[in-house]
Design a protein around this ligand. Structure first.
Ligand SMILES: [Zn+2]
Length: 339
C-alpha cells in the first residue's frame, strides 16, 4: 500500500506532498487504487471497457473500439486537504469517449445522475411531504436479441397506456430500462419505475399485486399474465439508494461482455445495433418539474463539487496500464513535490 501525506514545515505552511511507498510496490509506480479507496472503481471499469473494445474490434463498430481505447487513458487529479493530515484526490481532467456501452463512461454518467437526484430530491420532498413511493418492476416475455428495439418500443407505448389508465396511481415517475441476457441467448427487457403516489393510495386506492398485473396486461394487450413486482418504499431515506440503483446501467457489464466467446460477441454487437438511439431513462408526471435533467445525457463526466472551495496541493497524473489492469502514477519518482 502507498499513502499520500501532506508535509508541513514548523510554521504550519504546506510545503510538499509525499507519496510513501511500501516495500512491495517500491519497484513500480504507485497505483491509484492503492492511494485512494474511492477511486478503486476506475481499474474495474477501465478493464471492463478493454473487453468491450475487443468485442468491437474489426467490426462495423471499429470506430467505437478506437474511441473506447483512448477513453480516460490519463487521469489528472488534484490533491485536496481533508480533516486529517491525509489528502484526497479530486479528478480534474480526463478525456471520455461517450460511447454508450463504454463501462467507464457508464459509471461516470451514473455518478452524475446520482448527483442530480441528490440535488433535486429534497425540493420534491419539501413540496410534497405527504406523498409515498412505490418501486415497480414491469416485465414481458423474453424476446430474441434482434427484436429488442421493437419490443422496447411496444413496452414504452404500453407504459404510456398504463400511465393514462384511470386506476394508475403514479403522480410522478422515473422509469429506466434494464436488459438482461437470457440463458438461451435471448433478451429480457424490463422497466424499473419509481412512482410517487398520494398517501390515500394505501387506503381506498390501494392496488393489489394482482390488480397491478391486470393493468399491465391490459396495457400490453397480451393474453398472458406478465410478471410484475411492486413494493412500497418504507422510508424516505431509502429513496436515494433506490434511485441510484435505477440510474446505474442499462445492462450489467457481465452480460455485455459475456465469457468472451463468439456467441457472446454476436449478442453484444446485435445489442449495440438494437439499443442505438433508444432512451434508457424517462421522467413523467410531476417529477418532470424536478428531475427533467435526468433525461439529458451528462456531457461533463468530471463532476464538480461546488461546495468544495479548498485549495489544491498539487497535481497527480495516472495512466492506464493495460497489462496489469491498474492506473499508475505517471511520475516514477517516489516523492512528489508540489512547490
Ligand atoms: Zn468511455
Amino acid at each position: 500500500m502507498s499513502d499520500i501525506r501532506h508535509d508541513s514545515d514548523n510554521h504550519g505552511n504546506s510545503s510538499k506532498v509525499i507519496i510513501l511507498k511500501s516495500e512491495r510496490d517500491r519497484s513500480a509506480s504507485a497505483a491509484l487504487s492503492d492511494l485512494s479507496d474511492k477511486d478503486k472503481p476506475w481499474d474495474i471499469h477501465r478493464a471492463e471497457s478493454d473487453q468491450i473494445e475487443k468485442h468491437y474490434r474489426g467490426t462495423e463498430f471499429q470506430r467505437y473500439s478506437d474511441r473506447i481505447h483512448f477513453c480516460s487513458e490519463f487521469l489528472d487529479f488534484v490533491l485536496r486537504p481533508t480533516n486529517s493530515d491525509a489528502l484526497k484526490l479530486k479528478l480534474k481532467a480526463a478525456r471520455f469517449c461517450h460511447v454508450r456501452t463504454c463501462m467507464v463512461c457508464t459509471w461516470r454518467k451514473s455518478l452524475m445522475y446520482k448527483a442530480r437526484v441528490y440535488k433535486s430530491l429534497p425540493k420534491f420532498l419539501e413540496d410534497y411531504p405527504t406523498y409515498r413511493f412505490l418501486f415497480l418492476t414491469l416485465t414481458v416475455k423474453n424476446c430474441a436479441i434482434d427484436e429488442l428495439r421493437q419490443t422496447l418500443k411496444w413496452m414504452n407505448q404500453s407504459f404510456t397506456r398504463l400511465s393514462r389508465l384511470k386506476d394508475f396511481p403514479g403522480m410522478g415517475w422515473i422509469k429506466s430500462v434494464e436488459v438482461t441476457k437470457g440463458r438461451k441467448g435471448d433478451a429480457h427487457p424490463h422497466f424499473h419505475c419509481l412512482l410517487a403516489v398520494k398517501s390515500n393510495y394505501f387506503g381506498r386506492n390501494y392496488l393489489s399485486q394482482r390488480k397491478w398485473c391486470e393493468l399491465w396486461r391490459k396495457s400490453l394487450k397480451v393474453d398472458y399474465q406478465p410478471v410484475l413486482d411492486v413494493q412500497a418504499v418504507k422510508a424516505k431515506g431509502d429513496l436515494t439508494p433506490l434511485i441510484a440503483e435505477i440510474v446505474k446501467y442499462q445492462t450489467k457489464p457481465t452480460h455485455l461482455i459475456g465469457y468472451g466467446g463468439e456467441r457472446d460477441r454476436e449478442w453484444f454487437l446485435e445489442y449495440t445495433r438494437q439499443i442505438h438511439g433508444t432512451r434508457a431513462l424517462s421522467i413523467g408526471g410531476i417529477f418532470r418539474n424536478y428531475f427533467r435533467e435526468l433525461e439529458e445525457e451528462p456531457t461533463n463526466l468530471i463532476g464538480e463539487d461546488e461546495t468544495d472551495v479548498s485549495e489544491d496541493f498539487g497535481q497527480l497524473t495516472f495512466n492506464w496500464k493495460r497489462r496489469d489492469k491498474k492506473y499508475r502514477l505517471l511520475d516514477f519518482s517516489t516523492e512528489y513535490y508540489t512547490e
